[in-house]
Structures are given as structure tokens and as C-alpha cells.
Design a protein around this ligand. Structure first.
Ligand code: FES
Ligand SMILES: [Fe+2]
Length: 341
């Protein structure tokens, strides 16, 4: 079975990471070089020169082409070699693979698989990062674990009560049962957890000023393989949304994770937190950045440990699943089907 789900869009970089300085990044086992040509558009090519396999990411971008840093083979944005040293005749096979790329909002998405299939599939929607009503912060973490472990982690938020106690976790998260479902048509796994009359963790109380008991909703939508969105709603206890869907007394956050496999045993974790309150307040962004970076670091440390355990114990690894794992198991099942197709 293929270790990766192919023929899908994956977040490969923040737009701010890609410039005329080539960026080397491995996605689903493929070494890829990303660069921004003089036209401003982003190109993604196999990061291996056809001549002697030198990484193109160690070369130079000149205008809209990239020149290999070893002997100067030069490639245009389609991956075609347009110049070689010492001769005018360019071998017909001198080309590197080019990857379809879309820059949308703050993210650069790359299509891994058969390039001709990319045009028929849209990048999953992540509007909150592209809408002035929302303000967001974001970052990138590298995890030395298989991507499935990050998906497990995100699908089961009961871990917040233990791994993130004092940050986003309170005892009620683990104590509240979940409802999970799979929307096969949309290809989405959902896990909802609605907590009533609970303690407000510092992540929300300090950033929003809400004090006292709250109702806290955590509604997960995972669209395998890459995009995970946690719809978070916090309101003073008893407040419910209006029939028209407006919800002025509550605060809302969208916590996005783009889960991109680097190799079979390592993962890029692009995360963002968008909010619909205090959008003018820089200190809230700073506070949420510090909190979210800390929370992600706690997950990364745990997942790095877990990967080592799984690798060293191999076949001997046994698991025991309970009700809270329903969403995670549904996601695993969907990812397996996608790898097999
Ligand atoms: S390895 Fe790239 S030009 Fe020789
Ligand atoms: Fe976590």
C-alpha cells in the first residue's frame, strides 16, 4: 500500500517562506524546491538536477528560471531545461518533474501525484484566513512522527485535559462525551463536543475577557488527508445562537491544522488560529501566538516520543480503543481507503 495519500492538495509552505531564495522541502517523500520567480508566481520542481542529481535548491533563481549551483543546467518553471553549459544542443530528456501549485491566502498548496488530475480538484476551503472579519496567527512545526499520529491527536481532544492542562485543557473536556459522524459524500469526519456550564481555560478567558462559567463547543471537521478545522465557540453559560445563525454574545475561533507528511515518519504541521473578536488588538494576537506555540510544542514532544515507541516495538504494538476514539478511528479508516485507491 502507498504510504501516502496521493492525488491531493497539501499545504507545502507559508507564502512568506517562498521567495527568490529557493526553499527545499520534502512533501510525501518527494524532495521539492519551491521558489518565487520575478513574475511573483511560485514554482515547485523536483529538487534534483537531471545532470548529477545536485539539489536545485542550492542553485540560484534568475528571473523566472532556476540555475543549478553545480554546473549551471537551467530550468524554467515547467521543469524544462533551457540551457546547459558548453553546448547549444539541449538533450530532449533534460527536464525535471514540475508540481502543480496554488497560492491561496497565506498558504502554498502543492499537488502530489499525477499532475494532470490537479485541475479537477479544488483546494479545501480555508476562508477564515482570507477574510478581514477574522484575524489569525499561524506557524509551522516539524514533528518526527508519522502523519497518522498527528491526525489521531487532533481527532481526540480529550488529551487537552492532560497534555494541555492549564492552557486549553480543563477536566470537563475529557469528561464530556463526543458525537462523531462521517459525511461520505463530502469526505469529512466530524466530531462534536458540547460542554455546558464549564470552567473557561486561560486561552479563551485572557484573550476574550469572558469571565465566569461558559458553554464551550468544539466541533471538528477533518477533511482527509490535509485539512483539519476545529470550530470553537465560547459563550457565557446559557447563551444560544440566534435562529438566523448570528451569535453576537459568543466568541468564535477556527483552529486550523494542515497535516502534510514529509516522509513516512515525519510530518509538517501548519497551524493557524483565526478569531472573530478583538481583531484590532495586537496583544491578543501575541498572546494567542505564545499560547498556541506552547500547546503545539506539548503535542510535538508527545508525538516524537510516541513515534519512537511505535518504531522500536514494531509488530508488538497493541492499542485499545474506547468511545473517545470514534472520530480518530473513522479518520484512520478514511485515510486507509484513500491510500488504497
Ligand atoms: S548537477 Fe546540476 S548541472 Fe551538474
Ligand atoms: Fe493537542
Amino acid at each position: 500500500m502507498n504510504p501516502f495519500v496521493l492525488n491531493e492538495w497539501y499545504v507545502a509552505a507559508w507564502g512568506t517562506e517562498v521567495s527568490s531564495d529557493p526553499l527545499a522541502r520534502t512533501i510525501c517523500g518527494d524532495p521539492i524546491v519551491f521558489f518565487r520567480g520575478e513574475s511573483g508566481s511560485v514554482t515547485a520542481l523536483a529538487d534534483r538536477c537531471v545532470h548529477r542529481c545536485y539539489p536545485l535548491s542550492l542553485g540560484k533563481v534568475k528571473g523566472d528560471v532556476i540555475e543549478c549551483g553545480y554546473h549551471g543546467f537551467t530550468y524554467d518553471c515547467s521543469g524544462t531545461c533551457v540551457s546547459v553549459p558548453g553546448q547549444t544542443n539541449i538533450p530532449r530528456t533534460a527536464r525535471v518533474k514540475s508540481y502543480p501549485v496554488i497560492e491561496q491566502g497565506p498558504w502554498i498548496w502543492v499537488w502530489v501525484g499525477e499532475p494532470e488530475k490537479a485541475a479537477s480538484v479544488e483546494v479545501p476551503s480555508h476562508d477564515w484566513l482570507q477574510d478581514n472579519k477574522w484575524r489569525w496567527i499561524g506557524n509551522l512545526a516539524h514533528i518526527s512522527c508519522r502523519s497518522g499520529l498527528l491526525v489521531d491527536n487532533l481527532m481526540d481532544l480529550s488529551h487537552e485535559s492532560y497534555l494541555h492542562a492549564g492552557f486549553i485543557g480543563t477536566p470537563e473536556v475529557a469528561a464530556t462525551p463526543i458525537e462523531s459522524s462521517v459525511d461520505h459524500e463530502a469526505g469529512i469526519v466530524r466530531v462534536d463536543r458540547h460542554m455546558q456550564n464549564v470552567e473557561c481555560p486561560p486561552f479563551y478567558s485572557k484573550s476574550s475577557g469572558i469571565s465566569g462559567r461558559i458553554d464551550r463547543w468544539q466541533d471538528i471537521e477533518y477533511r482527509p488527508p490535509c485539512l483539519y478545522v476545529l470550530h470553537s465557540r465560547v459563550a457565557p453559560t446559557g447563551v444560544i445562537p440566534n435562529p438566523d445563525g448570528s451569535d453576537p454574545e459568543a466568541i468564535h475561533m477556527k483552529i486550523l491544522y494542515a497535516v502534510t507528511p514529509e516522509t513516512e515518519n515525519s510530518t509538517w504541521d501548519f497551524y493557524a488560529v483565526a478569531r472573530d473578536f478583538s481583531v484590532e488588538d495586537d496583544w491578543v494576537s501575541e498572546f494567542l501566538t505564545e499560547m498556541q506555540d506552547t500547546v503545539v510544542r506539548q503535542d510535538v514532544d508527545a508525538l516524537n516520543v510516541l513515534e519512537k515507541v511505535i518504531e522500536s516495538e514494531g509488530e508488538k504494538v497493541r492499542e485499545l480503543s474506547i468511545r473517545i476514539d470514534a472520530g480518530g478511528l473513522a479518520a484512520r479508516h478514511m485515510l486507509k481507503k484513500m491510500r488504497e485507491r
